[in-house]
Design a protein around this ligand. Structure first.
Ligand code: TGC
Ligand code: FAD
Length: 389
């Protein structure tokens, strides 16, 4: 197969700085040489390739927009390009870095005490510690406000009771950022692995995101020290603020998976001859499918670049991020489904990356707010009327 190049139909590359292109190239090389070769087996084995984790740290991919604490201090656009390249490898690989950066390091950096930042951020940046983010519960997914997990003030700390579900990296994690109600208000807590009363179980049998570890977290009379509450945020805006960061990265990331599928479909269609010996790519219906991919990926690229430039001015709103996450997940999933179709029988075999991306994107369209939840966020923003309840 020809060497990978991301789609550049509207010369979007001319809109990136030299530094952004340099970052993209280094992660692209890493994904091509180190990530892609592992994915087929890791996906079959339902195994996260831990051997990649020290390399994420060496490349500065963990918490990469944070300044200080051993982090890379990248621009938001460069960070988006990192996510895009990683997700070309696999959505589970991008997920690992998203969770560590946006859902674990971001809340510690934004809502944590100086002591918490100094204790945890350098170790999370260097991958000496792995983190997870526990918001979703068995009966509280799209509506995290209905969470049942409770914290209670006890001598010297807080006692947690409750269960979290669908937690990426839960069983791998050294620390969990856990959201629970304390005196009726949602608060964030740092729970260290090994704390009595804190256990995890792995969720098996996924057809999607098999390269990522997904877990349940259980808290039973789990007492954590006073200093492990995140002091600087109260209410649902705490976890939702973290989700805005992660959704931004996902809106970029899924374009990597879409690009990989488009690239595979184009190469395949040029090489595969059908009926009269003419390549599949020479038939009108096949061209229409490829054109649709180019059209949607290109629009998605322009959307995230504008989101990134707004984010760099500090004025990006959560509803704008919802538009990016909703649109790009949807078009990436449609691209993957179409590419799978174009590969015929080979489209269901894992020797090609397309079916793996397609299955993964089903998750990515669902987590961090389902497509319909983002539709309702945007609907509320433009009408002023909430239609959730
Ligand atoms: P609502 O009353 O609208 O808001 C409560 C407070 O939060 C503020 N807010 C936000 N702040 C930052 N970012 C956002 N996206 C925000 N959305 C709302 C809001 O201004 C308000 O602040 P204040 O000061 O007035 O208190 O809350 P609601 O209960 O009506 O919920 C709204 C809704 C449905 C949009 C929200 O609950 C939602 O986004 N639901 C989807 C849940 C979700 O996305 N869960 C994701 C779990 S984590 C995950 O999936 C990780 S996958 C990781 C991986 O592997 O990559
Ligand atoms: P539900 O909320 O039950 O939704 C079911 C259906 O109802 C969906 O189609 C939804 O769009 C629709 N729906 C919901 N509300 C409305 C409404 N008001 N109007 C119309 N339709 C509606 N969570 C974490 O906290 N941390 C993680 O690390 C994490 N990682 C994940 C990894 C994977 C692999 C997966 C699959 C999920 C992960 N999640 C995580 C959870 C994820 O965020 C939730 O699955 C997601 O928010 C949806 O919640 P739910 O599964 O409970 O679905």
């Amino acid at each position: 197969m020809a060497a990978y190049e991301s789609l550049n139909y509207m010369n979007i590359d001319s809109l990136f700085t030299d530094e952004e292109l340099l970052v993209r190239q280094s992660v692209r090389d890493f994904v091509t040489s180190k990530v892609e070769p592992l994915m087929m087996a890791a996906n079959r084995e339902e195994r996260f390739p831990m051997e990649l984790v020290p390399q994420f740290a060496e490349l500065g991919l963990l918490g990469s927009t944070i300044k200080g604490y051993g982090c890379a201090g990248l621009s938001h656009v460069a960070y988006g390009l990192v996510m895009q390249e990683l997700e070309r490898g696999d959505s589970g690989v991008r997920s690992f870095c998203s969770v560590q950066g946006s859902l674990v390091m971001y809340p510690i950096h934004t809502y944590g005490s100086d002591k918490q930042k100094e204790k945890y951020l350098p170790k999370l940046a260097s991958a000496q510690l792995i983190g997870c983010f526990g918001l979703t519960e068995p009966d509280a997914g799209s509506n995290p406000g209905s969470m049942q997990t409770r914290a209670e003030k006890v001598a010297g700390g807080y006692k947690l009771n409750g269960n979290k579900m669908w937690i990426t990296n839960g069983c791998l994690a050294d620390i969990a950022i856990v959201w629970a109600r304390l005196d009726g208000k949602v608060r964030g807590f740092i729970v260290e692995k090994g704390t009595p009363g804190f256990t995890t179980t792995t969720m098996k049998g996924k057809f999607s995101l098999r390269v990522s570890v997904t877990s349940e977290l259980h808290f039973q009379e789990c007492v954590i020290p006073e200093e492990n509450i995140l002091p600087n945020v109260e209410g649902l805006k705490g976890p939702l603020g973290c989700l805005t960061q992660a959704r931004y990265g996902i809106a970029w990331g899924v374009l990597g998976a879409a690009n990989a599928c488009y690239h595979a479909a184009l190469q395949y269609a040029k090489n595969r001859t059908i009926f009269d010996g003419k390549p599949l790519a020479g038939h009108q219906l096949a061209q229409a499918k490829l054109v649709k991919m180019v059209q949607e990926i290109t629009k998605g690229q322009l959307l995230v670049l504008q989101m990134g430039r707004i984010k760099e001015t500090g004025t990006l709103h959560p509803h704008q991020v919802s538009l990016g996450k909703m649109n790009n997940c949807k078009i990436a999933l449609e691209t993957a489904r179409e590419a799978r179709d174009m590969l015929g029988g080979n489209g269901i075999i894992d020797e090609y990356p397309v079916i793996r991306h397609m299955m993964n994107l089903e998750t990515v369209n669902t987590y961090e707010g389902t497509e319909d939840i983002h539709r309702l966020v945007i609907g509320e923003n433009i009408t002023g009327i909430s239609a959730f309840r």
